[in-house]
Design a protein around this ligand. Structure first.
Ligand SMILES: *Cc1c(COP(=O)(O)O)cnc(C)c1O
Length: 405
């Protein structure tokens, strides 16, 4: 590069400092490895490769074919599946391709309501999915704040959906894919498992896998899986060519070959024993924080966590989710406000925050430092003092010594 673009370099530098210094507890974020980042920057960004390996609509795709075939074979090994599509640009695109290929406009979808932990692309009315399909929702149980399979079964029998969706953005417990399967079989519907959040835990054997159970499995590649920003899908064999056409040509043009190269690299990383240890550490760290919060009198939705995230009911500290998010952000702790089940507050305010451990675990935080930050979170949320510099200093001291991947 001859001359640096000064404006861009300045923004990059600021973001690099922000990422190094902040304690990231956003449950959907992670730090990809240096090789994943480099590969996603690679010269494959220059290449058009519409179509699939061996069946492209452009010349010069022989190396692109090798890249995609490598990502496919590693992906199949990682998920123990017979099929995988590595082209979806994102988790939402992977879901859109599922709906477009398997449903007709107006068909019924049954999914968890967004404010109980579902995702926009599962049929929210501001999303394409809510505009094109007839959406019905199920909810968490009011007392246990857990999935209520009897309730889901009853609604499914009443609604007779064409598709049932499980897999969430803010659910801290294990999903029983077999129970969903028996419900979907009873009402003769397709079952989709969106494992965007938990894919890394699934491939490490730390959460049950929906492969071989759900008809369609969609995911992102950048959350617990720690790959480049992107999506993937694993489809029942007899539906797979339909799905592949749902991605291209139905909703996407050329695949992002640079990203697919980085997905291949990330899949290889996720196949290692190190990654299994990493996934276990994510869960251990989440438990450490959950116990600390409970010991200090905070209320957690469903009482705790079995995976990489938890929801704090911030009413137990007398503040709302928006205030909590801002207070923590000021001291370098990054979380997001999040609706809790049956939240009386609007989505821009909410009564909760979501705390996830994938990113902080990638920074290799020690148990002692994690406990210190956990205490800072509670102290900072509880104080009414405006002077929070002791908290920022404590966070800075810890984050400065932790390596960046
Ligand atoms: C994050 C997420 C997605 C969407 O991912 P994008 O890549 O942001 O489009 C889809 N489904 C669930 C359950 C998610 O948590």
């Amino acid at each position: 590069m001859k001359t640096l673009d000064k404006k861009i370099e300045l923004i990059l530098e600021k973001e690099s400092i922000r990422q190094r210094n902040s304690a990231v507890f956003i449950a959907s974020e992670n730090y990809a490895s240096e090789s994943v980042r480099n590969y996603s920057n690679s010269i494959f960004t220059n290449k058009y490769a519409e179509g699939y390996p061996g069946k492209r609509y452009y010349a010069g795709c022989e190396n692109a074919d090798e890249v995609e075939n490598l990502a496919i074979s590693r992906g199949k090994k990682l998920f123990s599946s017979k099929h995988i599509n590595v082209q979806p640009h994102s988790g939402s695109q992977a879901n859109m391709a599922a709906y477009v290929s398997l449903l007709k406009p107006g068909d019924k979808i049954l999914s968890l309501s967004l404010d109980h932990g579902g995702h926009l692309s599962h049929g929210h009315n501001v999303n394409f999915s809510g505009k094109i399909y007839e959406i019905h929702n199920y909810y968490l149980n009011r007392e246990s704040e857990l999935l209520d399979y009897d309730q889901i079964n009853d609604i499914a029998e009443k609604v007779k959906p064409k598709l049932i969706i499980c897999g969430y953005s803010a659910y801290s417990r294990i999903i029983d894919f077999n129970k969903f399967k028996s419900i979907s079989q009873k009402v003769d519907s397709l079952l989709m498992a969106d494992i965007a959040h938990i894919a890394g835990l699934v491939v490490s054997g730390k959460h049950p896998s929906p492969v071989g159970i759900a008809d369609i499995i969609t995911s992102t590649t950048h959350k617990t899986l720690r790959g480049p920003r992107g999506g993937l899908a694993i489809i029942r064999e007899d539906l797979s060519s339909k799905y592949d056409r749902g991605v291209f040509p139905a909703i996407q043009g050329g695949p992002l070959m640079n990203t697919i190269l980085a997905k291949a690299a990330a899949f290889e990383e996720a196949l290692s024993d190190n990654f299994i240890e990493y996934s276990q550490q994510i869960i251990d760290n989440a438990k450490v924080l959950a116990n600390l919060f409970l010991d200090r009198g905070l209320r957690l939705v469903s009482g705790g966590t079995d995976n990489h995230l938890m929801l704090i009911d911030t009413r137990s500290i007398g503040i709302n989710g928006d205030e909590a998010e801002n207070k923590l952000n000021e001291v370098g702790i990054v979380v997001n406000k999040n609706a809790i089940p049956f939240d009386p507050m609007p989505p821009k305010i909410t009564s909760g925050i979501r705390i996830g451990t994938p990113a902080i675990t990638s920074r290799q935080i020690s148990n002692d430092d994690l406990l210190k930050i956990g205490d800072v979170i509670v102290d900072c949320l509880s104080t009414s003092s405006k002077n929070t510099s002791v908290f920022s200093k404590e966070v800075q001291k810890i984050m400065n010594k932790l390596p960046l991947p």
